[in-house]
Write a protein that binds this ligand. Structure first.
Ligand code: ATP
Ligand code: MG
Length: 216
């Protein structure tokens, strides 16, 4: 690991429209009321340079790029984000709440686009220097539910225009990670009412807060 970090790194994952943005706001409120400094951010993006890469990645008018190019752009954006925002925040003891991270790369570019996970793992090892989220909330719901919720927001981006089978593979990719890493990745049924979703997320955050306080 690079240096031991002081703060906690929390990510929220899931296919389009499952409620990541909605619940990031909830998580941030909860952590701030527990007295934590919270940095809220997202991937791809999070810094001005990385947001420029994001714009390219989600642009529906861009010619399709190869899956390898997409993967490398994701990690180019991540390298900027880590250096410019995530590490500095964690090192000063802030809690970072990030809308998507490397699990999304394994799910979308790996399971979705078919890139060998070994290639993704190699980039992860190189660029993250051992840093992985302390807690990941995986919002899981039927693909139709997520796309329907996302579709209500207006024009679809480059990813949202993929066919249903693509998102089925992405969802399965996410669930695979959760099965392999049950300690880190907590699956929450995103098809239930928001209050029920937030009750479960609240419990996972409370456990992490307790663990962090016990270590102080
Ligand atoms: N549990 C829920 N039940 C019903 N509606 C929900 C629930 N969670 C979120 N929504 C609604 O679904 C829509 C999409 O939610 P949100 O934007 O938070 O999803 P997202 O995962 O951030 O999407 P994207 O991947 O496109 O960024 C919003 O209108 C939100 O209010
Ligand atoms: Mg969102």
């Amino acid at each position: 690991m690079k240096d031991e970090v002081q703060g906690k790194f929390i990510t929220i994952e899931g296919i389009e429209g499952v409620g990541k943005s909605t619940n990031i706001a909830f998580m941030t409120r909860l952590l701030r009321s527990a007295g934590k400094e919270v940095v809220v951010t997202r991937e791809p993006g999070g810094t001005p340079f990385a947001e420029r890469i994001r714009a390219l990645l989600v642009d529906p008018d861009c010619d399709p790029c190869t899956p390898d190019t997409e993967l490398l752009l994701m990690f180019a954006s991540r390298a900027e984000h880590l250096a410019g925002k995530i590490w500095p925040a964690l090192e000063r003891g802030a809690w970072v709440v990030c809308d998507r991270f490397t699990d999304a790369t394994f799910a979308y570019q790996g399971a979705g686009r078919g890139i060998e996970s070994g290639h993704i793992g190699a980039l992860e090892a190189w660029l993250q220097k051992g840093l992985r989220p302390h807690l990941t909330i995986l919002l899981d719901a039927d693909v139709q539910i997520g796309l329907e919720r996302a579709g209500k927001r207006g024009e679809l981006d480059r990813f949202e225009r993929e066919e249903l089978q693509f998102f089925d593979r992405v969802r399965a990719g996410y669930l695979d990670i959760a099965q392999r890493e049950p300690e880190r990745v907590k699956v929450v049924d995103a098809s239930s009412a928001l209050a029920r979703v937030q009750e479960q997320i609240g419990r996972h955050l409370a456990a992490l807060l307790e663990e962090a306080d016990a270590a102080d």
